[in-house]
Write a protein that binds this ligand. Structure first.
Ligand SMILES: Nc1ncnc2c1ncn2[C@@H]1O[C@H](COP(=O)(O)OP(=O)(O)OP(=O)(O)O)[C@@H](O)[C@H]1O
Length: 249
């Protein structure tokens, strides 16, 4: 089973230190881990550091993999891209690092990724003229289609309507449960984190200030300290923890 562990991981842009000695327990396939923290806390930087796009001290330890490219990444929205159709762009993402010859299995995986995210009907559309939410779903399909063992998504629901937010997070839950994927997902919606994730890491100014089971991590005290809001967490009628934010402090 795939695992990912960070040992005193740091990162800097030029001379400016961003991440400071981040250490985590091993996260395992089948888990969804939320990466939380306010704006500019260092969440995207941590993704880039895990991917090896940024150098720094400490170790990113990935073990138990059985494929050449175990990690796929969905970045935050970067705007319209190349002149490709949605289908071509997802197929291109699939073929990265594989043989140049497209196999029937590759096409089947593209169809599956588009269907899973309910965007099959966008297949022939040009990438350049999609809505922000449509682009975000295509970007998720580009990551899913790679069939990674570790999937990292940077705020994948930020442009989606409520139905599509829940749908995407439910797809992630299923990928973790059924395909034993390890999923790291940066989220601003702590309600989603409480509902869909097993563990959470909270960054504040580049420091890891909390890490553990999500229900233990997201507390009124943490919300006050890190997010500067007063809030309560109460079970809803179905017994699930609900976050009720009162005010900014
Ligand atoms: N390419 C870069 N060069 C220099 N500084 C950068 C660069 N990218 C990000 N930073 C800085 O690093 C810090 C962390 O940024 P990062 O994007 O990792 O935060 P984040 O937690 O993902 O924020 P958000 O929730 O707003 O997306 C910020 O102060 C940001 O301004």
């Amino acid at each position: 089973m795939v695992t990912l562990e960070l040992n005193r991981v740091s990162a800097r842009y030029g001379r400016r230190a961003i991440l400071q000695e981040i250490t985590t327990p091993p996260f395992k396939g089948g888990q969804i881990v939320a990466l939380l923290g306010p704006n500019a806390a260092g969440k995207s930087t941590l993704f880039r550091r895990i991917l090896g796009l940024l150098k720094g001290e400490g170790e990113v330890i990935i073990s138990g993999t059985s494929v050449d490219r175990p990690v796929a990444y969905m970045p935050q929205d970067t705007g319209a891209r190349a002149v490709l159709t949605v289908y071509e762009s997802v197929l291109l993402a699939r073929m990265q690092g594989r043989s140049l010859k497209v196999q029937p299995e590759d096409l089947a995986q593209v169809d599956r990724a588009l269907a899973e995210l309910s965007i099959t009907s966008l297949g022939e559309r040009d990438l350049g003229n999609l809505s922000g939410g449509q682009r975000q779903l295509v970007s998720a399909a580009q990551a899913l289609v790679q069939e990674p063992e570790i999937l990292m998504l940077d705020e994948p629901t930020s442009a989606l309507d409520l139905n599509r937010q829940i749908n995407l997070l439910s797809v992630l839950r299923r990928l973790a449960d059924e395909r034993n994927m390890l999923i790291l997902v940066a989220l601003h919606d702590l309600g989603h984190a409480l509902r869909f994730t097993d563990a959470s890491m909270v960054l504040e100014n580049g420091h890891l200030v909390a890490c553990g089971p999500t229900e233990d991590v997201i507390t009124p005290a943490l919300l006050h300290q890190v997010y500067k809001v007063t809030a309560r967490i109460e079970p809803c009628s179905k017994g699930r923890p609900q976050l009720i934010v009162e005010e900014a402090v």
